[in-house]
Design a protein. Structure first.
Length: 481
């Protein structure tokens, strides 16, 4: 039995060689993240080629997630660092200028998206430098006047957040559009969309991808307070969710992040859509050999919450020993999965007829104590539906479509397996079982359960369940020998 919870690792200077990528896959990475807030298209193309080479060398399917940066809001250039003290006044002006100190306790600056300033109201907050400095709006007009509520040093180009303000700006920037085109041309498997505010942001990305014939699955990054409020509509149109706890912890009170994480994971699980828990999971290991106890507990609790995947950022991109980090994360996952609350049969409602099939399959698998469930799938949907019941038995998702196989690298408990295409269900099952025997995944002396759709190859047609013991396995494999 392999670990059920997947690992998503960001690639950067510390991990962008074929040798390290192979080591990361062997240590437990299932999906690699390309962070488009950094790096050129040429760099990412080189990295992607190395990932595919490592994947081939290790002979294990891995996915690639493209994380587009979105409209990052920043302060402009400052003449010098501002040493701000509680009670100081900061003016936010609407024209571009170099920020400066006007007099003792009074400062002036601009931001890179000045149209947002017209959306502010008195007593709303502006957070500077990743939330380290709080500024409260006391006057609106030609300029926004704020009063600083805590001490802090502000330098050029630091991030800006508006935790109380609904910001009606375009989430997809011209850079993002160019990056999405690159991703479509290079066949990335997943796209993570930053600063999502509503369902229309995801629908816009889907239109762009569709226009470029991309089948990439779209993950909405939940990192704004209004995205939390609109999670149901966002989830409905997304293929998956990322709980991006960094900016989320600035946009909402930080002590609310754990409960929000649990609620979002539960909603994604119920919808059979993968969910990623991200940000600072093992951050201290970017510099140190060992994680803190709190970090290990954070990973473990995300697993217990039901997350499909946990993500590494700086730890694997610029850390001192990325492979060690993944080994620690894998060990933590395996340990906590030994006490995982499997078999969530009573938790989720049936959303369609195929949910009844997947629920019945999962219950049978549990009662029979099968070695694995085998899902013959063209789209991957039936395998994801099986996964939501969090069965202890392994899930083998068998498909002839490489893109489908890679799309399942993020799904909890699912092991994607490539097989030849066949129109006859018996022949398809025979090839599947023979391939499994050759790969050491199928043991004729164990019991398995298979689901499929008939007629074969039609998405959403899962209507077939069969229990496979030694006699049945030999019957089907004899057809293809």
């Amino acid at each position: 039995m392999y670990k059920k919870t997947k690992i998503l690792a960001t690639v950067g200077p510390a991990s962008d060689s074929v040798e390290i990528l192979e080591g990361l896959i062997n240590a437990g990475v299932n999906v690699f993240r390309l962070n488009f807030s950094h790096g050129t298209h040429e760099y990412h193309a080189s990295t992607l080629a190395k990932i595919r080479e490592a994947e081939k060398n290790v002979n294990r399917k891995v996915g690639v997630l493209q994380d587009i940066c979105g409209p990052k809001i920043r302060v402009g250039k400052l003449e010098e660092d501002f040493l701000l003290v509680a009670g100081d006044t900061v003016w936010f002006v609407k024209e571009e200028m170099v920020g400066k100190k006007l007099s003792e306790g009074k400062y002036q600056l601009s931001i890179n998206q000045p149209q947002i300033l017209d959306m502010l109201k008195v007593d709303e907050y502006i957070y500077l430098y990743d939330g380290n400095i709080r500024a409260r709006v006391i006057e609106i007009g030609d300029k926004i006047v704020t009063v600083i509520e805590n001490n802090g040093k502000l330098s050029s180009n630091k991030g800006v957040n508006f935790p109380n303000t609904v910001i009606n700006i375009e989430v997809i920037t011209p850079k993002d559009e160019a990056d999405l085109l690159w991703g479509a041309q290079h066949g990335v498997d997943f796209v993570a969309v930053s600063f999502v505010q509503s369902a229309k942001d995801i629908l816009h990305v889907r239109e762009i991808l569709k226009a470029h014939d991309s089948r990439a699955h779209i993950f909405a990054k939940i990192e704004k307070f209004d995205a939390v409020e609109r999670i149901d509509e966002i989830l409905e149109v997304s293929d998956g969710i990322m709980v991006a706890r960094g900016d989320l912890g600035i946009e909402v009170p930080y002590y609310k992040v754990p409960s929000i994480q649990k609620k979002i994971i539960a909603k994604a699980n119920a919808a059979s859509k993968p969910v990623i828990t991200a940000t600072q999971m093992l951050l201290s290991m970017a510099e140190k050999e060992m994680a803190t106890r709190a970090e290990i507990s954070d990973v473990a609790n995300a697993v217990l919450d039901g997350t499909d995947a946990v993500m590494l950022s700086e730890e694997s991109a610029i850390g001192k020993n990325p492979i060690n980090v993944v080994e620690v994360m894998t060990a933590t996952i395996k340990e906590i999965e030994s006490v995982y609350p499997y078999n969530k049969f009573e938790v989720y409602p049936f959303l369609d007829e195929t949910d009844i099939i997947s629920s019945s399959t999962a219950r049978l698998a549990d009662r029979l104590g099968v070695e694995a469930m085998i899902s013959l799938t063209s789209s991957g949907k039936s395998a994801r539906k099986l996964a939501r019941y969090r069965i202890k038995a392994d899930i083998y998702a068998v498909t002839h479509d490489e893109r489908t196989a890679r799309s399942l690298t993020i799904a909890w408990g699912v092991k994607p397996i490539m097989n030849i295409e066949a129109s006859n269900l018996n022949m398809m099952l025979g090839h599947t079982l023979q391939t499994g025997i050759e790969q050491g995944l199928i043991d004729k002396d164990k019991t398995y359960i298979v689901t499929a759709g008939y007629p074969a190859g039609i998405e959403g047609s899962t209507n077939f369940i069969r229990i496979l013991k030694k006699e049945q396995i030999e019957y089907y494999t004899d057809m293809v020998l």
